[in-house]
Design a protein around this ligand. Structure first.
Ligand code: HEM
Length: 399
């Protein structure tokens, strides 16, 4: 038996839900915690405990058929299951550790300072996405990967195409992802081959990690020439569209909550805590799918084997059982239990980098910007599984 949830109807592709999904999430959590969408057949988990358990049960809730509603070809990382997932992740894990991130702190802080200074120097409104979020997300990511000269336009086009395709109910857009992946991959390949040829170790970035990793495993898994550039390219996809939404959402929340921003400015609330609350309150990735590998019982309902199951991170983050007054934006709270970076074996590899970038930006803003005014209607990113802005006109006001 499954629960269709009485009067509850939830479809992430409904226009009103895309505009504001939170009322629907509240009803799902209260009335239909294991909901089945009647038209499309997929299941939805919305409570924090159920989503967290589902993400940890990676043998029951598998990723190898992709994280979109429709099956997608298995790629690297997010749409892999062990054992190949474990090996893929291991190659670059050391480039994303805490000590590795600490080495990039000064570089990222400098980018953040410049972006904020330019925003303040601008005459008239700026775009929080194009002028602020994109620059920070791109410069930080390509530095950590070790490919500073790739084209920002190509990388953003690819990253957006990845999430547009994951968010498409019919699974459209894969050809475009592949095409853009080839374009970016060729640019990355030049850097990787040069590093290999010169035989000089770089600064411990991801290119170093893939160049060092040449020996095949017992079962033949290894990075060959094209595999190496594909690997680096596969980290550009998830790193841009997400981080720009974290930054854009944070800037919008500063504009809407000047009283909370004042507490960051006077040092009462740390910029890092502000970042965690932005991630909780407006998760850039609202949810990804899994596939049930066997029948799974959740809250008295049965999910049959083979079902697609939407893990709603954005709803888990508003669960009143975990967060008091969950519908209020309160940066002073401890928000760290949020699931904006997922959980378990697919926990976001770039979480440390995203936190480093966003904290540096909000620290730089707190030093120089007293107020942020909205300067017109923004445009939402328009992807059902993502929450963020395509553009957001704002004005930085110095203080
Ligand atoms: C605010 C920014 C970011 C958010 C909200 C975010 C969110 C997520 C989420 C929710 C997952 C889990 C996917 C799942 O459960 O299936 C994930 C995985 C991943 N993220 Fe991020 N991400 C961010 C930034 C980044 C950055 C900067 C990188 C760059 C390296 C990155 C690389 C990855 C990778 C490679 C995975 C897959 C890990 C695996 O499957 O083992 N992310 N991210």
């Amino acid at each position: 038996m499954h629960v269709e949830g009485g009067g509850v109807r939830y479809d992430p592709w409904d226009e009103p839900v895309m505009a504001d999904p939170y009322p629907a999430y509240e009803r799902l959590r209260a009335e239909a915690p294991c909901y089945q969408n009647p038209e499309r057949g997929f299941f939805v988990l919305s409570r924090h405990g159920d989503v967290a358990r589902g993400l940890r049960s990676n043998e029951q809730m598998i990723s190898g058929h992709g994280v979109a509603l429709q099956e997608q070809p298995s790629g690297l990382f997010v749409s892999e299951d062990p054992p190949s997932h474990t090996k893929t992740r291991r190659v670059a894990a050391r480039a994303f550790t805490k000590p590795a991130m600490a080495k990039h702190q000064a570089f990222v802080a400098d980018v953040a300072e410049r972006v904020v200074a330019d925003g303040l120097a601008a005459v008239g409104p700026i775009d929080a996405i194009g002028d602020v979020a994109n620059r920070l997300a791109f410069e930080g990511l390509v530095h950590v990967l070790g490919v500073p000269d790739v084209s920002p336009a190509d990388c953003f086009a690819m990253s957006e195409a990845v999430f547009r395709s994951i968010s498409d109910p019919d699974g459209k857009g894969i050809d475009e992802v592949n095409q853009l992946g080839l374009t970016v991959g060729l640019q990355v390949d030049g850097v990787v081959e040069e590093r290999k040829r010169s035989n000089v170790a770089g600064p411990g970035d991801v290119v170093d990690a893939v160049v060092a990793r040449t020996e095949p495993d017992d079962d033949g898994w290894r990075l060959n020439r094209y595999g190496r550039s594909e690997y680096v390219t596969a980290l550009i996809g998830p790193g841009l569209e997400t981080t720009r939404h974290l930054v854009g959402n944070g800037i919008e929340l500063i504009a809407r909550h000047p009283e909370e921003w004042a507490r960051v400015r006077n040092g009462e609330v740390a910029a890092s805590a502000f970042v965690e609350e932005v991630l909780r309150f407006e998760a850039p990735v609202q949810g990804f799918f899994r596939t049930a590998s066997e029948p799974v019982a959740v809250d008295g309902a049965q999910i049959p084997a083979g079902s697609r199951v939407l893990m709603l991170y954005g709803s888990a983050n508003r669960d009143e059982h975990v967060f008091d007054d969950a519908g209020s934006f309160r940066p002073a709270r401890d928000a760290t239990e949020h699931l904006a970076f997922g959980l378990g074996i697919h926990y976001c590899l770039g979480a440390g980098l995203a936190r480093l970038e966003a904290t540096a930006l909000f620290e730089a803003l707190a030093r120089a910007v007293d107020r942020i005014d909205l300067a017109g209607d923004g445009e939402r990113c328009g992807m059902a599984l993502m929450r963020g802005w395509r553009s957001l006109p704002v004005q930085f006001v110095a203080g």
